[in-house]
Design a protein around this ligand. Structure first.
Ligand code: ZN
Length: 410
């Protein structure tokens, strides 16, 4: 068999009983079988888990790494939006590029190979952030497939000029159109306008939605209604929906079925939601994280994602999705190996489905996007936050990290 390279003794999620060889040719997976016979260069993985790269469906590269420019006294969503809005006025294209690059490189080193980044567009920042991130997309295409989702963080119908800028960004090649109805004075109006832009440019839609713990009202209903009315099912995602952590099982089941029927996917952002929600509580602080695993059981496509890195929304961040899968399992009180394997799915296979990646997964014919984790199976990878040791994007190495070594006394 003619191959460029072989990864030997790999374990694949869901097929952990045996070790397999993965043969690469022309940047694609050409063969998967035990004991492939060929004389191509090879690397032995010693039974370690190989995943098809992590998929981060929701991050903000443009406003990452600005903690030093912001005051964070209250730790609320309103403060975070106001602080970033003030800092944003000084953003330049080169500044956004440099901070975005730092965050993107961290993500690549953590094994992320596909990513949807939100980018703020409004009359203050104009298209500077969009142009910077579009450059990053081109410059790092060797390591990561980056989708650029432009959105109005500070409102749209109440912020003249914003919609024209969003349309201009879509005309200039934005991949996804995003919305944020909770900061708009006319939330339903914004939802309708965002869908209209999506239809005009044939784009997927991604909303920041229902980001508090008051379950008495939700924008979710309008998003599901518009998705169904415009036949946009399978092309719509909503992020946060923390209100869903504040309702009972019966109501959650009804909403889960509604989301699944409409074809609206959900991204849960545990780091941000844990940090910002429940600030009014002095004790017994609610976790404020939407129950992705319960929605998944109801048929909703769910992902876990990073959201913010080192800014007032989330003053943390190593860009590790395996750590976020572990964090979610911990917060959601999930302890069985099958649950941990499901959490791995929510940072790999399921987010790939959310972004409509049709060529994702370790299968013959797909791009050779492969990440070796220092774990024997998916459940252990999540339970132990296994380190990504090495990655290949379309068959070319993109990063490596040595296994830690213990130095015993002589
Ligand atoms: Zn976000």
């Amino acid at each position: 068999m003619t191959l460029d390279f072989v990864l030997r003794e790999a374990r694949l999620a869901g097929r952990e009983a045996e070790t397999l060889d993965i043969g690469l040719r022309g940047g694609r997976i050409a063969a998967i079988a035990p004991g492939l016979v060929c004389d191509a260069p090879e690397e032995r993985l010693g039974g370690r888990l190989v995943v098809p790269g992590f998929v981060d469906t929701h991050i903000h590269l443009d406003k990452s790494c600005i903690l030093g420019r912001c005051a964070c006294r209250l730790g609320t969503l309103q403060e975070a939006i106001a602080e970033v809005a003030a800092a944003k006025r000084a953003f330049t294209e080169d500044d956004v590029y440099a901070r975005g690059r730092r965050t993107l490189e961290k993500a690549i080193l953590q094994g992320t190979m596909r990513m949807r980044t939100h980018v703020e567009v409004d009359p203050r920042i104009g298209l500077k952030g969009f142009h910077a991130i579009a450059r990053l997309k081109r410059d790092y295409a060797w390591a990561i497939d980056l989708q650029v989702c432009v959105f109005p963080q500070e409102g749209m119908t109440n912020d003249p000029g914003t919609e024209d800028l969003l349309v201009a960004a879509c005309a200039a090649g934005a991949d996804v159109i995003g919305g944020c109805p909770y900061t708009d004075t006319d939330p339903d109006g914004q939802i309708a306008r965002i869908f209209a832009i999506a239809e005009k440019f044939d784009l997927d839609v991604d909303f920041h939605l229902d980001f508090d713990l008051d379950p008495s009202w939700m924008h979710l209903d309008e998003v599901c209604r518009q998705t169904a009315a415009r036949r946009w099912g399978g092309r719509v995602a909503v992020g946060h929906v923390t209100k869903l952590s504040a309702i009972g099982a019966k109501e959650l089941a009804a909403i889960g079925h509604r989301l699944a029927d409409a074809g609206v996917a959900v991204t849960v952002l545990p780091a941000t939601d844990l940090f910002l929600m429940g600030r009014e509580a002095a004790h017994s602080v609610p976790r404020g994280v939407a129950p992705a695993h319960r929605l998944l059981a109801l048929g909703v496509t769910c992902s876990l994602a990073t959201n913010n890195v080192l800014n007032p929304f989330t003053p943390f961040g190593d860009c590790s999705l395996i750590r976020l899968a572990n964090l979610y399992a911990n917060v959601a009180q999930l302890g069985r190996p099958a649950d941990h394997a499901m959490c791995l799915d929510m940072v790999t296979r399921l987010p790939a489905a959310l972004v409509n990646a049709s060529d994702y997964g370790i299968a013959v014919g797909n791009p050779a996007d492969l990440v070796v984790l220092d774990a024997p199976d998916g459940a252990a990878a999540v339970a132990e936050i296994a380190q990504p040791l090495k990655g290949w994007k379309r068959g070319k190495p993109t990063f490596s990290r040595p296994c830690p070594v213990l130095h015993r006394p002589e």
